[in-house]
Structures are given as structure tokens and as C-alpha cells.
Design a binder for this molecule. Structure first.
Ligand code: AMP
Ligand code: TRP
Length: 323
């Protein structure tokens, strides 16, 4: 069984797109692993945001979302990147093996390099902190979204360069990019994203969640007319959360006509409550009892350290820093 590892940014509240596109598939994958490593990449967040209060709140909510969705802390290793500061030491070593043009070519940097005065050095070396996250735990398979593919290639390149120069030291990881993971639309029909302000937060209180679902943009097809499930955002979301037979039933009602978008939205609201009811309760429990989340994360951090320490020692030895 390969060792899976992936990092989750803590730059905002977890939304339905994050749950269906990242959390659920990762938890599914962890069932095929002895111990998967899932961590909150809270050091990466500092490249874009300097707000300690928001960082704390988002870290708690992201952790609560993973736990509420079923992360098993007995088996898997769940931790905060910032609590294993040795990762910064490893990132430094890797920086010294990373050719400047490789880093200058990273999309995460290039996209912002038109306005260089707003780019901090942290953003420039971001891919090597990510490489350190991965190499620090001898991870073999790293499930990520397509946008992270280039970072994974850089991780492999730097690990191979290090191994070539200093002798075999790192496990060279593979990216696992699931092409079939759905893109969840937001209330305006574009890809759900916190930066578009179109996200649905399934952990919100019932009233606000209902209001949010009722705000989904639909076309002006009259009530009596048949409706096209293929172009409807409400239908796309329903298909993402409801069981297959219920989806077929809704499709039938769309095609039949005399079925309004208001009714479709109500059905979606009910399907969301049905699917996430137990997770919503757990989420609330964790957010109201942050000390429980803290304890679980500390447990994960102990386990993480037991793996990272010997790897770091191996690296120090290879470099001549071991005493
Ligand atoms: P982000 O919140 O944009 O940093 O995304 C975190 C993870 O959630 C990424 O790995 C994405 O694959 C996933 N994700 C974010 N938005 C969506 C979406 N609208 N549909 C599917 N997956 C998403
Ligand atoms: N950069 C990733 C993202 O923005 C998060 C991340 C940090 C990560 N370290 C990682 C993902 C290590 C996988 C492995 O989504």
C-alpha cells in the first residue's frame, strides 16, 4: 500500500467544492492506505495573508470539516504544517538545490510576476516548501488537483537532483491527479470558489444555507415548460449530492415540465441536509469545542514527527550537518 500525503490550504472556510472535490476523494483513498498523511498547509497561507485571527478561525474550520467528513485520526496522520517547523529547515536545503529558472517558471509565481513589488520571497520559494512537505514524510503518492501538477514535477526534480548529488536520500513521489473529479458549480454557475463569492457552505446554519440555495441563478423558462437538466446549476448540484435514483427522478420532472426551479431548489436543499446532516452536527461539535480539535491535531503532530525526524536526520547526514 503506498503512502498517500496531501496538504490543504487554510485560506478560507471550507465549501461544497472543497468537500466534493478534495476532502471526500482523499478520504475515500485513505481507505486503501495503512496511514495517509493529511495536513493543513498553514505556512503556505502566509504568502498571501497576514491575519492571525482569520488564520486561527480558518484552520479550526478546515480541521473540523475534515473530521466531520470522517477523517479517522486513529489510522491517518492529521496535523498542522506549522507545528512541525523542521519542514522549514528542509525547505532551505531544497532551495539550495532548486535552479532559479525552475522557480521563476512556476505558475504560482509567474501569474503574479507582472507586479513584482507585490511578490514576497515566500511566494517565490513556495514550491520548495511544498516539496519539503512531501519529501519529509517519504510520501509515495500525492493526490492533488490539476493546478498543482507543476509543483509535483518540481518536487520530483529537486528530489532527483538531491539524490544525484548527495546519494540516495529521498523517495521520489508520484502525483495522483484525478481527472474525473467533478467541478462543482457555485450559485452563479461558475466554478465554486471562495474568490468568486459564489460558494455554498454546507456547515452554515440551516436558514442561511436555505437562503443561499434559493439564490442559485436559473434561466427564465416558464413553470409549465420542460427544463434542460444539462444546463441547470441546481440540477448539477443535485447530481453532485443526491443518490442516483433521486437524480433520475429529478431529471424526469425537469423534462416533464410543470416543475419550477423553486421546487428544484427545495429538493436540493433537502438533499444537502440529508447528505450532510450528520457531518453538520459533528462540525458544530468540533467548532464549539476547539480543545478537542487541538488535542486531535497534537496527536497527529506527534505521529508526524516520529516519521519526519528520522528523514531529516538522513538529510542532515547526507549534507554533513549531522553531529
Ligand atoms: P481551494 O479552496 O481553491 O484552495 O481548493 C482546495 C481543493 O478543493 C483543491 O484541491 C480543489 O481540487 C478543490 N476544489 C476547490 N473548488 C472546487 C470546485 N468548485 N469543484 C471541485 N473541487 C474544488
Ligand atoms: N499548494 C497546495 C494547494 O494550494 C497545498 C499544499 C501544500 C500541498 N503542501 C502540499 C498539497 C503538499 C500536496 C502536498 O492546494
Amino acid at each position: 500500500m503506498p503512502r498517500y500525503l496531501t496538504g490543504i490550504q487554510s485560506s478560507g472556510k471550507p465549501h461544497l467544492g472543497n468537500i466534493l472535490g478534495a476532502i471526500a476523494p482523499a478520504l475515500e483513498l485513505s481507505k486503501t492506505s495503512d496511514a495517509a498523511f493529511y495536513f493543513i498547509a498553514d505556512l503556505h497561507t502566509l504568502t498571501s495573508s497576514k491575519d492571525p485571527k482569520a488564520l486561527r478561525e480558518n484552520t479550526l474550520e478546515v480541521a473540523a470539516a475534515w473530521l466531520a467528513c470522517g477523517l479517522n485520526v486513529q489510522k491517518d496522520v492529521f496535523y498542522r504544517q506549522s507545528q512541525i517547523p523542521e519542514v522549514c529547515e528542509l525547505a532551505w536545503y531544497l532551495n539550495c538545490f532548486a535552479p532559479y529558472p525552475m522557480l521563476a517558471n512556476a505558475h504560482s509565481f509567474k501569474d503574479k510576476s507582472e507586479n513584482l513589488s507585490s511578490v514576497n520571497a515566500g511566494l517565490f520559494v513556495y514550491p520548495m516548501l511544498m516539496a519539503a512537505d512531501i519529501l519529509m514524510y517519504d510520501a509515495e503518492v500525492v493526490p492533488v488537483g490539476k493546478d498543482q501538477k507543476q509543483h509535483l514535477e518540481m518536487t520530483r526534480d529537486v528530489a532527483e537532483a538531491f539524490n544525484r548529488t548527495m546519494g540516495p536520500t529521498f523517495v521520489v513521489p508520484e502525483a495522483y491527479i484525478r481527472e474525473d473529479v467533478m467541478t462543482v458549480p457555485g450559485v452563479d454557475g461558475r466554478k465554486m470558489s471562495k474568490s468568486y463569492g459564489n460558494a455554498i457552505n454546507v456547515f452554515e446554519d440551516e436558514k442561511s444555507l436555505r437562503k443561499r440555495i434559493m439564490s442559485i441563478v436559473t434561466d427564465a423558462t416558464p413553470l409549465e415548460a420542460p427544463k434542460n437538466p444539462q444546463t441547470c446549476t441546481v440540477f448539477a448540484l443535485y447530481r453532485a449530492v443526491a443518490p442516483a435514483d433521486a437524480v433520475e427522478e429529478l431529471r424526469r420532472r425537469y423534462l416533464e415540465g410543470n416543475f419550477g426551479y423553486g421546487q428544484a431548489k427545495q429538493a436540493l436543499f433537502e438533499a444537502v441536509m440529508e447528505r450532510f446532516g450528520p457531518a453538520r452536527e459533528k462540525f458544530r461539535h468540533f467548532v464549539e469545542n476547539p480543545q478537542i480539535v487541538e488535542e486531535l491535531l497534537r496527536l497527529g503532530e506527534e505521529k508526524a514527527r516520529s516519521v519526519s525526524r528520522p528523514v531529516l536526520e538522513r538529510v542532515r547526514r547526507a549534507l554533513g550537518y549531522s553531529v
